[in-house]
Design a protein around this ligand. Structure first.
Ligand code: THU
Length: 136
């Protein structure tokens, strides 16, 4: 696999440019690397009624699952007001839970920061003591 964190982050930044966020002005992009090497990009898609808004991460994951992918290797996320990255953009709780449906505890979540910085967190770090199919 020739994908690197830096390349995946670039794809997240590219997806961020397609954010539909007229209400918050906060643009988010995600790039989801599948086990077979394909990448699904996602952006946040807001709505006038607010609650139908879909986060960038879930856009990418739902695109991938709807196209038959369920095995994921990593995700990169970036976000910022007006598309300017001034800080890391950690995934919301709902997106963490959706990642937990398909990804294991070691799943790496790459977070892009300002000035081409990035950090990585595992899903277990982001979503400890989580509810899963094993609880049902
Ligand atoms: N947002 C995401 O796309 N992903 C997250 O994990 C956090 C929040 C979006 C939703 C909304 O369009 C905007 O950021 C401000 O909350």
């Amino acid at each position: 696999m020739d994908m690197t964190p830096e390349k995946l982050i670039e794809l997240a930044k590219d997806a961020m440019t397609r954010s539909y966020s007229p209400y918050s002005g906060f643009q988010v992009g995600a790039a989801l690397l599948c086990a077979d090497g394909t990448v699904y990009q996602g952006c946040n898609i807001e709505n006038a009624a607010f609650s139908p808004t879909n986060c960038a991460e879930r856009t990418a994951i739902f695109k991938a699952v709807s196209e038959g992918r369920r095995n994921f290797s990593a995700i990169a996320i970036c976000g910022g007001k007006g598309g300017v990255i001034t800080d890391f953009c950690p995934p919301c709780g709902v997106c963490r839970q959706v990642m937990g449906e398909f990804c294991g505890p070691d799943f790496p979540v790459y977070l892009a920061g300002p000035n081409n910085t990035w950090q990585v967190k595992t899903l277990a770090e982001l979503l400890p003591f989580s509810f899963s199919s094993e609880n049902i």
